[in-house]
Design a protein around this ligand. Sequence first.
Ligand code: ADP
Ligand code: ADP
Ligand code: MG
Length: 698
Amino acid sequence: MFQKILIANRGEIACRIIRTARRMGIATVAVYSDADAHALHVEMADEAVRIGAAPVGESYLVADNIIEAARMRGAEAIHPGYGFLSENPDFVDKVVAAGLTFIGPSAASIRAMGLKDAAKRLMEKAGVPVVPGYHGEAQDIVLLASKAREIGYPVLIKARAGGGGKGMRRVDNPDDFAEALSGARREAKAAFGDDRVLVEKYVDKPRHIEVQVFGDDFGNVVHLYERDCSAQRRHQKVIEEAPAPGMTAELRAAMTEAAVTAAQAIAYSGAGTIEFIVDASEGLKPDRFWFMEMNTRLQVEHPVTEMVTGLDLVEWQLRVAAGQRLPLTQDQIALNGHAFEARLYAEDAAKGFLPATGTLHHLRFPAITPAGAEIRVETGVREGDAISPYYDPMIAKLVAHGPDRAAALAALSSMLAQTEVAGSTVNTAFLAALATDADFAAGDVDTGLIGRKQQALTAVPAPGAGVIAAAALAASGAEDGPVSDDPWAALAGYAHFHAVPKRVMLKFGGEELAARVSVEEGRWLVAPGTNATLSPSSVGAAPHPYPLPTNGERGAPASAPASFSPFAGRRYRQGDEGQRQPNTGSNLPSLARWPGHITVFDGAISYTFAVPDPLASADEAGGGTGSLRAPMPGLVKVVRAAVGERVAKGQPLLILEAMKMEHTIAAPHDGIVAEIATEGAQVSDGTVLVRFAEEAGD
Ligand code: ADP
Ligand code: ADP
Ligand code: MG
């Protein structure tokens, strides 16, 4: 076995590989870009080497730097993870030429499967069923259009070099073919530098079912059963599971046999996945599945296979790469229970799954395992880390296992409800809505399910009175009293400072909300009010929800009483370490405070309120002094002013890069710069970028 390996990746997969290597007594070398200098994978590894600047083209994709790092540190092998260089045969050639071992298949195997058209031709020869369609060399539009007609609409145009759902267009009728083709070609050219396409029959009620395979250098190939990844948005996986719901013995036998045949056809060694598309329009039939592509690497969703087989796939990869035989034979690999994986992303589901960035000011992963289940969180970030625009915005993979599908799904829902993220927009609520969708829960999933129900699945219900009251309570400073385990003491402290009702202002989705917080008879009381007049408190009775725009259909506003008993409640302190406690007896929801904001967690749904900073608004009114805050999370790309410099209103002070676009931040008024953000800093929404000096009489 290897003594030391280098991991040519970042994030959760780098951390995942380090854990197994450590358990096996193998030392690890991490690589990192400038943006990742303090990342978790760097901290976890035994050693770390800087390989370049933040953009992937200058770091994680620079083969020579990575190989040089491995040689310099005496690593014998390189694990590529997924993405980046993992399916790049030229990289494998270079690794081997440098006298190192690539932890993965041979360059020849990767080349054989690298292009979808060539892979399909190869599979056809090997007797594996392939999606009906055209996968030839000739590419002129007349030919492609006539092939589409022969295949029969709807068809799917696919980039042969495609991946991650890019360069793909569904075409429903011949009139749209030309335009769809040029769109697919453009996207393919930009993403892969190769605009060749194939045309496939668009399968009816498609289900994506894939088989995990493993080979070794002695010609052995086994399968580790299937995964269902039909829950997709824009051809990208959202929640994966194993085994596939409704799988029949006949179909499983046919699919796993085809997968093993496919791997054998290319003398495959290591972990691989054969992806099939299944026509489920008339149930699962053994003659209705077709090869789509092979991913010659460890898959993002490999944990669900680990959960149902009890095996460590990274350990198997390391053993096989070190020249060992597969640890088990086919009949020793059993399937046990059911597992789900949900991909927690920094993205705005309601805005078409727009990727988001930001600092994870508050991050809590599930701590409570539902009875009979097993849970696992795969992540590469910790509280305080930033989701930058440079890399995939995945925050974590939440994995749940149970004795059956219903138990595993309930455990996944529980995990989602226990997950708390503040500082970036996340898809937790969307994942939870999908997990509880009636069709999904019934196992009636096809790749179009999310698209058909997108509105309902991504709708955000308006915050209920209880949520708003909790935010108002936090904004009032109720949490800033002396910290004590004795609720009486805590209350006394609060009451001492807030004997008179305190007025607070919040902003939610552009709406201003006012509330009055007081302490009466041992309870915090929050009464709604407006800017102009504070309505008399309707203490004790269920208050009316605040007049918020309802921009969703899911969930009615909660009618939780807007008063909290401090006696049963847990006090939340900023920087509170440790896991979330069960909310015993208290109706105070969990919440997080971060610069300029309060986020309240209501199950898997989070509500973020902006807390206008009274100082900041005074500054704006006051002219010469004050501070300038980041309007959105981003990267400080360029700083154009220095501390002590006198700047004029409108003068560009810095350039903030957010969502791959540059935004110039100009001086709001004349003044002297007292503090300014540093170039290269990742900042969150609301972070002070520039502070102006006090100027008497200015
Ligand atoms: P999977 O079926 O495992 O999800 P994908 O082809 O969608 O496979 O890609 C796997 C992961 O690798 C994705 O989550 C994506 O973020 C990442 N990835 C894919 N291509 C690249 C790339 N060129 N550079 C960096 N990461 C990539
Ligand atoms: P990528 O390399 O981008 O992962 P795939 O060929 O694996 O490309 O296709 C991605 C997704 O597109 C599949 O998981 C499936 O949902 C959908 N898809 C692919 N081919 C077809 C098809 N012929 N009919 C219907 N849906 C398809
Ligand atoms: Mg695929």
